[in-house]
Design a protein around this ligand. Structure first.
Ligand code: HEC
Length: 153
């Protein structure tokens, strides 16, 4: 490594350190959530926003938005299980122990959500408002049904 490069690397390390010292501790973010718990809370928050955007798009017949947001939900569903490593329900997580005690059921609930989101994309492709409304209602039911079983109220 050249002297110049070494110097640049050292400077980088110092500024990274300074940055980590000056930013607020991660523990303050999202009512104290850290790491994977914070990451999945952010994903669920984004799902809530996507659901609101779909509802608005349905009322004005904007099929492209319905499809794009439903695609986000499918992709979230396809990786959701990896956001629930064992014993990752420390405070302030609202994840119930049942997730890990009944893992197959939890994976089944994720699968229902993924199927319902895929069905919404298919309904959007038909551009039939009644099909889209029905598929949207099924999709939101799959959110609620998982919450009833696996999330603290
Ligand atoms: C397969 C189960 C499952 C599905 C499907 C699911 N959720 Fe959740 N959701 C959870 C669990 C478990 C938590 C609690 C996570 C935690 O606190 O660690 C949660 C938390 C949330 C939160 C709170 C996030 C926060 O900031 O604390 C919102 C909002 C939410 N979900 C919305 C949705 C919406 C909207 C959908 C459907 C589009 C959905 N969820 C689908 C299991 C699910």
């Amino acid at each position: 490594m050249s002297k110049l490069k070494l110097k640049a690397t050292a400077l980088c390390a110092i500024s990274a350190l300074a940055l980590s010292l000056s930013s607020p501790p991660a523990v303050l973010a999202h009512k104290g959530a850290m790491g994977i718990v914070k990451e999945r809370m952010d994903k669920f928050k984004a799902s809530e926003k996507a659901t609101k955007r779909i509802k608005q798009a349905l009322s004005r017949g904007d099929t492209a938005v319905v499809m794009a947001e439903a695609e986000f939900l499918v992709s979230w569903a396809s990786e959701m299980d990896s956001y629930f490593p064992e014993n990752s329900n420390q405070s302030p997580s609202e994840a119930k122990d049942e997730i890990w005690l009944q893992w197959d059921d939890f994976v089944g609930a994720i699968q229902s959500f993924e199927n319902a989101s895929t069905a919404l994309i298919d309904a959007a492709a038909t551009e039939d408002p009644r099909a889209m409304d029905g598929a949207f209602s099924d999709m939101t039911k799959s959110c609620k049904s998982c919450h009833q079983q696996f999330r603290e109220d």
